[in-house]
Every structure is written in structure tokens, then in C-alpha cells.
Design a protein around this ligand. Structure first.
Ligand code: ZN
Ligand code: ZN
Length: 84
């Protein structure tokens, strides 16, 4: 599908606002992930794998069938964003 070029000024402005807000959110996420990683490192935690979870002892993200965005491990179920 081609990008639409028939947007009104209001629609264009809405997209710009969305983009700014998501960019802000992404930088917050990045900061949160870096802080989480540093916290575990400072606590001498050995994650046991490269895609480990920041919120539990899961050592590697496993994409689930139903929703690939959530870890399949029963005890984890945290999102990909919450894994390294
Ligand atoms: Zn996990
Ligand atoms: Zn987890």
C-alpha cells in the first residue's frame, strides 16, 4: 500500500504529534531498560542468557504463539521490551 498524500493539515499535525510522543516514549523505554540492566549488574546477577528478562529470572525470551510480544514461559509472560 502506498503512503497517502491527501492528508489535511489537522491529520498531518496529528501524525506529527504522535511521532513526537512515541519518540519520547521510546527514549523513556531505553532509559528504563538501561537502568534495569545496570541494576541487575550492580546486584551481581548472572542472567544466564543474552535475552534475559529484567523482571524475573527468565534467562531467554521465548516468543509465544498467541502473542509474539509476550514471553511464552509460564512464570515470565513479560514483554519482549522487558527482556534484554
Ligand atoms: Zn521471559
Ligand atoms: Zn520475565
Amino acid at each position: 500500500m502506498e503512503p497517502r498524500t491527501d492528508l489535511t493539515d489537522a491529520q498531518r499535525a496529528a501524525f506529527e504529534q504522535n511521532e513526537a510522543e512515541f519518540a519520547e516514549l521510546e527514549s523513556q523505554w531505553r532509559a528504563a531498560r538501561e537502568a534495569a540492566e545496570a541494576r541487575l549488574r550492580d546486584a551481581d546477577y548472572d542472567p544466564g542468557g543474552p535475552l534475559y528478562c529484567y523482571r524475573c529470572t527468565c534467562s531467554s525470551f521465548v516468543p509465544s504463539d498467541d502473542d509474539g510480544n509476550v514471553c511464552e514461559r509460564e512464570f515470565c509472560r513479560h514483554t519482549a521490551m522487558q527482556h534484554a
